[in-house]
Write a protein that binds this ligand. Structure first.
Ligand code: EPU
Length: 411
């Protein structure tokens, strides 16, 4: 693969930012949003709640007036876990919210105890009944909240509690907050609306409640996971590509790992160039909260390791059973053994194309990457998973010279 490609804005930054627009009755304009299925689902949710949302190119104008429904319907929440991001904003602005519980998913159990703990700490009552979470509070009161779970900080709970606390009385400090760039982006957006948030990007985030928020404009940060995905595709095809619209500072460990694999990488402030001339070398990763290696790149990185020279260890610490892609990669000739939360990857010279099935968003990207390097044809089914989180990935890959097509009538 050769040439230039532009990364889209981050899905995981855009989703909470769209939900945050419910915190104000003024108009918000979110620019250059990635038009992918999860964003469409969030737009559907905002509309179902009664907000006016218009899309012009990739720019969204959102106006959440004072007459909103306070219940997120099951039909939407069951499609996307991140629907729970409306809980904090609705509770803060309307003192009441009800969201159907998202349940588990293919990457393993995904509890919401920290979201509940955060809302309760702010003084809300929380009931879980009939498959939904209902929360109420005549007034939210600022306090210190330790948001650390058994697996460390939670991105979703940090975002939800931060949004709720923007309209609380007094000061809230989230201790052991998630450090992810998407949290910093959400805090920066909220601050442009008039929120008072300090320390986002560190483990202690201080939020001083304000009475109301204004409208505003925002462009979410580039998608670091899409950048990593495109880079893995370049590595397996021994390509030379430049990825524009990216912030290399969000990919520190990932870039180091690519270098460890023998790749030439150069960076500017807003782009990276990946030059992968030779067969990659083995490299081991351990997923961890930011700034560690992101779990959302584990599957795609594994697809690059299966044909690397030597033995690599892939340790998954965030979603411990997020390895369904490994079984499909083995069907393509990879040699991966799973022991608990560790995948041991013995590099093979070549994969062979096969019919494979995607199990979740990042697994589907991993199978596409594997297909690019495999001998013969690979057919990836269930690509609706891919469409949830990537904007026109196949077109971007085609423009870089990959032989990939979406087959009409299949999904
Ligand atoms: N956790 C708890 N209790 C909670 C919440 C989380 O124990 O109340 C645990 C989880 O089970 C997990 C760990 O904490 O082991 C981290 O989960 P986190 O809450 O940080 O994940 P999330 O907010 O549900 C977001 C991304 C995921 C990404 C994770 C980790 C969005 C919409 N989703 O999920 O993205 O894997 O952070 O970085 O931002 C993806 O894009 O493919 C994806 C799955």
């Amino acid at each position: 693969m050769f040439g230039k490609v532009k990364a889209s804005a981050s899905k995981n930054a855009t989703l909470p930012i769209l939900a945050a627009c419910l915190l104000t009755d003024k108009t918000c304009v979110i620019k250059k949003v990635p038009i992918l299925q999860d964003v469409k689902t969030m737009i559907g949710l905002l509309k179902a709640l009664g907000a006016d949302v218009t899309l012009d190119d990739n720019n969204l104008t959102i106006h959440a007036g004072n007459d909103l429904a306070l219940e997120a319907p099951y039909e939407i929440v069951s499609k996307m876990r991140a629907s729970y991001y409306v809980l904090g904003p609705l509770l803060a602005r309307f003192h009441k919210a009800k969201v159907y519980l998202p349940g588990g998913c293919a990457i393993g159990p995904r509890p919401i105890d920290l979201h509940i703990k955060g809302m309760e700490s702010l003084g809300a009552s929380v009931r879980i009944e009939h498959g939904y979470i209902a929360t109420e509070a005549p007034v939210l009161k600022g306090t210190n909240i330790l948001l650390e779970g058994s697996l460390g900080p939670s991105v979703g709970a940090t975002a939800n509690v931060m949004m709720a606390a923007t309209l609380s009385h007094g000061t809230t400090t989230i201790i052991s907050a998630a450090l992810e760039p998407e949290i910093v982006d959400l805090a920066n957006f909220l601050n442009t609306l008039g929120a008072k948030i300090e320390g986002a990007g560190s483990s202690n985030i201080k939020i001083t409640g304000v009475k109301e928020l204004n409208g505003g404009e925002w462009t979410p940060i580039p998608d670091r996971i899409e950048v990593g995905t495109l880079a893995c595709a370049a590595i397996v095809t021994q390509g030379h590509i430049e990825i524009e619209n990216c912030l290399p500072e969000h990919l520190g460990v990932v870039i180091m790992k690519f270098k460890e694999m023998g790749c030439d990488i150069s960076e500017t402030d807003t782009s990276i160039i990946i030059n992968s001339k030779y067969r990659a070398k083995a490299s081991s990763i351990v997923t961890a909260p930011f700034p560690g290696f992101p779990t959302d790149l584990q599957a795609q990185f594994m697809s690059a390791l299966v044909t690397a020279e030597g033995i690599s260890f892939v340790t998954e610490n965030i979603f411990k059973s997020r390895f369904l892609h490994a079984l499909e990669l083995n069907r393509m000739g990879a040699k991966i053994n799973i022991e608990d939360n560790v995948a041991i990857v013995t590099g093979v010279e070549k994969l062979s194309g096969a019919k494979v099935m995607a199990s979740d968003l990042r697994a589907s990207a991993a199978l596409v990457i594997a297909g690019l390097s495999a001998q013969g044809e690979t057919e990836v089914s269930r690509i609706y998973h891919l469409d949830r989180g990537y904007e026109q990935l196949e077109t971007k890959l085609q423009n870089l010279g990959a032989k990939i097509e979406r087959v009409a009538g299949k999904n």
